[in-house]
Design a binder for this molecule. Structure first.
Ligand code: PGA
Length: 246
């Protein structure tokens, strides 16, 4: 399977900047690697339209655990799917940290999004104090087990997991390829135990200061199937380089 690079634009870019990105990206993207883009929800419709010209799939950065109703400000996974969204990120560390999303709530969001036919990129990762006190694997293991409870084989093609050490996000500090591979191998083993029929097929992305100059080494690791990229995905030129198009 192709390596997968997912752009997480967070709360960045205005409408014109979105259009400029796709104009430049689409002119050079050769689909050596799969490219997905996650803009702000207000630009999703535009991004879906522009991305479709080069089979670049787009998705949201969050989705509700409800499909409709009195939930002011929330994003319905059902309506995201109807709009043409391909996936949603769930459990990004910024959502866990600033919006108090727990793995228990995320489990409910993951199940609802999968039921509505969205692919889910479920994010996990430890903070610096957790790493320094040797808790990385237990924290990541808990996030996997709690967040991915009760997922059936019917969704085997739609689950993706992203390992993003919180201390490496937006800091310029990348986990070394060896550090990243070690956690990815652990996640792979946990997924195989949890989902014996498809755990070995789940795409595992690494995120945290992925850049053109470290991407090849990271993607060269056995259990790293792609990257979830913030800062370096904002410029079309850099995201093209990550996708193997210089
Ligand atoms: P970064 O962000 O690439 O800027 O470190 C990654 C992410 O938050 O998904």
């Amino acid at each position: 399977m192709n390596k997968l690079l997912v752009a997480n634009w967070k709360m960045n870019k205005n409408t014109l900047e979105c259009i400029e990105f796709f104009n430049e990206f689409n002119s050079k993207y050769s689909a050596k690697r799969d490219a997905w883009v996650s803009p702000q929800a207000i630009h999703l419709s535009l991004a879906i339209h522009e991305g479709a010209k080069k089979n670049v799939k787009c998705g949201s950065q969050n989705a509700s655990d409800h499909t409709s109703g009195a939930y002011t400000g929330e994003l319905s996974p059902k309506n995201l799917k109807e709009l043409g969204a391909h996936f949603t990120l769930l459990g990004h560390s910024e959502r866990r940290q600033y919006f108090n999303e727990t793995s228990k709530l995320l489990n409910s969001k993951v199940k609802t999004a999968l039921q509505e036919g969205l692919k889910v990129i479920y994010c996990v990762g430890e903070t610096l104090p957790e790493r320094e006190s040797n808790q990385t694997l237990s924290i990541v293991g808990d996030q996997i087990h709690q967040g991915l409870n009760d997922i059936t084989d019917a969704h085997e093609d739609n689950l993706i997991v992203a390992y993003e050490p919180v201390w490496a996000i937006g800091t310029g500090k990348t986990a070394s390829p060896t550090q990243a591979q070690q956690v990815h191998a652990f996640i792979r083993a946990e997924l195989k135990k949890k989902f014996p029929s498809f755990g070995d097929k789940v795409r595992l992305l690494y995120g945290g200061s992925v850049k053109p100059d470290n991407v090849e080494e990271l993607l060269g690791q056995k259990d790293i199937d792609g990257g979830l990229v913030g800062g370096a995905s904002l410029k079309a030129k850099d995201f093209l380089a990550l996708c193997g198009d210089k």
